[in-house]
Design a protein around this ligand. Sequence first.
Ligand code: MF3
Ligand code: CO
Ligand code: CO
Length: 292
Amino acid sequence: MAFAKNRKKQQRWIVPSGLEPTEMDRRIIAWEAKGKLVPTPQLIKTKSQIEGIRKAGQLNTAVLDTVAEKIREGMSTAQIDRIVYDYTTAHGGTPAPLNYNGFPGSCCTSLNDVVCHGLPSQDEILQEGDIINVDCTTILDGYYADASRMFVIGHTTPERQRLVDVAWECLKTGQQVCSQPYVFVGDLGNAIARHAHANGYTVVRDLCGHGVGLQFHEEPDVEHYGRKGSGMLLVPGMTFTIEPMINAGDWQVCGDEEDETGWIVLTEDGSDSAQWEHTFLMTENGVEIITH
Ligand code: MF3
Ligand code: CO
Ligand code: CO
């Protein structure tokens, strides 16, 4: 009689029978043998899938560029939502957020102390000094790309501007760690958190980046903090987001009592929060931005 614990753990990475293992197969198998989390074969996109994800990324970028052109003081966040819906659908795409688990808009509009998943609203009017994240995900021919940017309305305070700038640097820090393949999600999370902390800020822990491309949210979870070497190994052909949420105060988040949908995420202490997001493709030479 065998004890369950003696059974070999299900292997995630399998070389197709009859094929010689490639260099990538060998590296993945070696890390898996050391107990590291490695991708499943489905997470490695084919050439034609990557083509499709790139096209979705191009349209998603054009959507955000259109928002950038039109966003201004006095506009409601519902108007931003309308711009996203109209531009996306006019170009053959679908806004992924719309009706996603009951989400009522075509994008997320997250103002000041809203960390993410802000709901576009006719009653929310942009004012001078506001900082807002607009997060768009576009589906085109079944492929997904996801990106968000911060916008500063008019001039803001030096404090808010610095938060926006450091959040951008945090995304770039994650990208730099991924300048070669076979790094771990924990490597980039660790570097991002260090950069945030060095600037007196904190990193939201309850929400993370994610695989993306064939679905809105895929494996792996891309946490923006953590231990080097933890999390999943990132290998060529994987597509995923990095999207650190950086708080001016404490990292804890909470919901909005008045939001019946349960989507809106706020900083618990009412401090400001900023976030930038790109979809990346890991290649033999490190990551490439898909949502440029
Ligand atoms: N775009 C967000 C992300 O970066 C997800 C938003 S889910 C939605 O993962 F339903 F609120 F749109
Ligand atoms: Co997003
Ligand atoms: Co995302």
